[in-house]
Design a protein around this ligand. Structure first.
Ligand SMILES: NC(=O)c1ccc[n+]([C@@H]2O[C@H](COP(=O)([O-])OP(=O)(O)OC[C@H]3O[C@@H](n4cnc5c(N)ncnc54)[C@H](OP(=O)(O)O)[C@@H]3O)[C@@H](O)[C@H]2O)c1
Length: 252
């Protein structure tokens, strides 16, 4: 496959970083975003450049919907300066945060923040990015296993991820005529910095989640990046409009 350009939100660490590295291993150039961890993001860029590929890092705050227009301008500028092109191929909506908020304690501010980060920004960033995406590209959204099984305290988070799953099917249908596919990956629990490193910092939680999983452990970032790279490959093209759960078989 000829080198394509991927745009991954939240590529400074965790799943997004691993997706960026897998895509680069498959020969693709990558633009990642970071929110606050600029240094970590540029380390990812340096790693990809060492593979002989092009990479860039841009700042993005998906909690600030009004910044999305400027972000598209920033993407367009970097595409022009670094790639001498106006378009890219793969959009991976990955950036996100975790929050454990019992339903009865949830506030409107909590709801609006998680809605912006996990749903509204994905909905509108995708809409704003489509005019600068090449035909036959890919949209990959990141949901969560918690849309299928319940994790108390995740009512807002999982509801927004559920909305992303519905949105993914609609966007697949509406952009299909351009040859662009849209799929949503729903990871189970993965040991990253997510939700204040909830899994890494709590051995009892990690053990409980491991025993709930058919393969007997929680996930690692490296369990997810290759799935994204596969969906972006020629071989993955016929998968469209699907929710793909990647959890090692949790709560079967
Ligand atoms: N880990 C899990 O158990 C798990 C399970 C299911 C689904 N997911 C989903 O997978 C995705 C990635 O999670 P992760 O585990 O990789 O989390 P992570 O290790 O905490 O990384 C989060 C990434 O999102 C970026 N980010 C955070 N807040 C942002 C904001 N307001 N605007 C823009 N970017 C922001 C971070 O940038 P900075 O580094 O600059 O802060 C970082 O790159 C999320 O959508 C999450 O909901 C995770």
């Amino acid at each position: 496959m000829k080198t394509k350009i991927a745009l991954i939100t939240g590529g400074s660490r965790g799943l997004g970083k691993n997706m960026a590295l897998h895509l680069a291993e498959n020969g693709h150039d990558v633009i990642i975003t970071y929110h606050t961890n600029k240094e970590a993001a540029f380390e990812v860029v340096a790693t990809i450049e060492k593979l002989g590929l092009k990479a860039a890092a841009l700042q993005l705050n998906v909690n600030q919907i009004s910044s999305l227009n400027q972000f598209i301008v920033d993407v367009t500028t970097v595409l022009k300066e670094k790639w001498h092109t106006a378009t890219f191929d793969f959009l991976i909506n990955n950036a996100g945060v975790g929050a454990t908020i019992p339903y009865l304690d949830a506030t409107e501010a909590d709801f609006d923040r998680l809605m912006n980060i996990h749903f509204k920004s994905v909905y509108f960033l995708t809409q704003k990015a489509l005019p600068i995406m090449n035909d036959n590209g890919r949209i990959i959204n990141i949901s969560s296993g918690t849309t299928r099984f319940c994790n108390p305290g995740y009512s807002i988070y999982a509801s927004m991820k559920g909305a992303i799953e519905t949105f993914t099917r609609y966007v697949a249908k509406e952009v299909g005529p351009r040859g662009i596919t849209a799929n949503v990956i729903a990871p189970g629990p993965i040991e990253t910095d997510f939700n204040n490193a909830a899994i890494r910092s709590n051995s009892q939680l990690k053990e409980r989640l491991s025993t709930m999983t058919a393969l007997g452990r929680v996930g690692e970032a490296n369990d997810i990046g290759g799935i994204v790279a596969f969906l972006c490959s020629n071989e993955g093209y016929w998968i469209n409009g699907q929710r793909i759960e990647a959890s090692g078989g949790i709560s079967l």
